[in-house]
Design a protein around this ligand. Sequence first.
Ligand code: PMP
Length: 364
Amino acid sequence: MARRPYNFSAGPATVPEAVLRQAADEMLDWHGSGMSVMEMSHRGKEFISIAEAAEADLRELLAVPPQFRILFMQGGGLGENAIVPMNLSRGGAVDFVVTGSWSLKSAREARRYADVAVAASNEADGHSTMPAPARWQLRRDANYVHICSNETIDGLEFQTLPDLRALGCDAPLVIDCSSHILSRPIDWSRVGLAFAGAQKNVGMAGLTMVFVREDLLDRALPICPSAFNYKTVAEAGSMFNTPPTYAIYIAGLVFQWLKAQGGVAAMEARNIAKARLLYDALDASDFYRTRVAPEARSRMNVPFFLKNEALNDTFLAEAKARGLLQLKGHKSVGGMRASIYNAMPLEGVQALVDLLNDFARRHG
Ligand code: PMP
């Protein structure tokens, strides 16, 4: 059978083919239950077993310590931009580090609920460098500090999470890890809360994963909707309201696939190799340029530009003809963007590199 195209979308994004096949096989009758997963009661023993296995596998894959609760919620990253301040800000000070479009968006939304200050920003250099933590202006009374640990649009990634305590700050760190969750380990000793939408590295849209340290569960503002109150959701085992059952099932299949691949350590090694292959090809050619400082480059989202932008449409058409899909850059940045999440094999990146080299030779 012909291979499927390689899909470089930033999200919803490529899903491991083995997961799609298994879901197809199980679509009409899950494990002899006579039901599709999407037809099951979320409180029935079949679905409970699916959700419990997914949560346990996620905890194992990311080595999530017992003092963190894992919540399966809805509302996505944009929902969390409001849900986090409603739960953690106490209506007071919260500090944001702006490293790109997503952290900027998070800060703007939090202003509706909290006293927001920007502790550091790379806006002046067009989101191309990582502000050094030693220079962040953190407030003593901050209720939390928010970062986006991988900026999907601008292509910046924290290579290590900041150690707020070492910076003299006791506030919990909140990370939006939507676009690189499970691509590398998370140092939980530095984190108070992490959230991620599922539609990049964990399958399909509709599921939001929240990892919250237990001591942060009891701070919600009275205006916080019950369905978005972390304590309420935690006490109900993520079943206060009907959870996104099919998205949880798909996430569970992705977690099993990740375990079979050797887990997060193996994925990280693969992701390093994929990113190196692509950035090396871009750096080696005068035909292309990138904007992000090498030490801040994301392993997951690689924005790049043709020096001659008049060739953009030709490039995208040639890519599509070779089965390389969704390479167009985000509208706010332009150019191209290759998202090379866990489910993108090295062969897909190699196919893109072959196109980059071939296209530059013919049009350079
Ligand atoms: N944060 C980051 C880092 C993202 O990449 C995205 C989506 N691209 C979001 C938040 C928003 O997610 P959603 O559309 O699921 O609300």
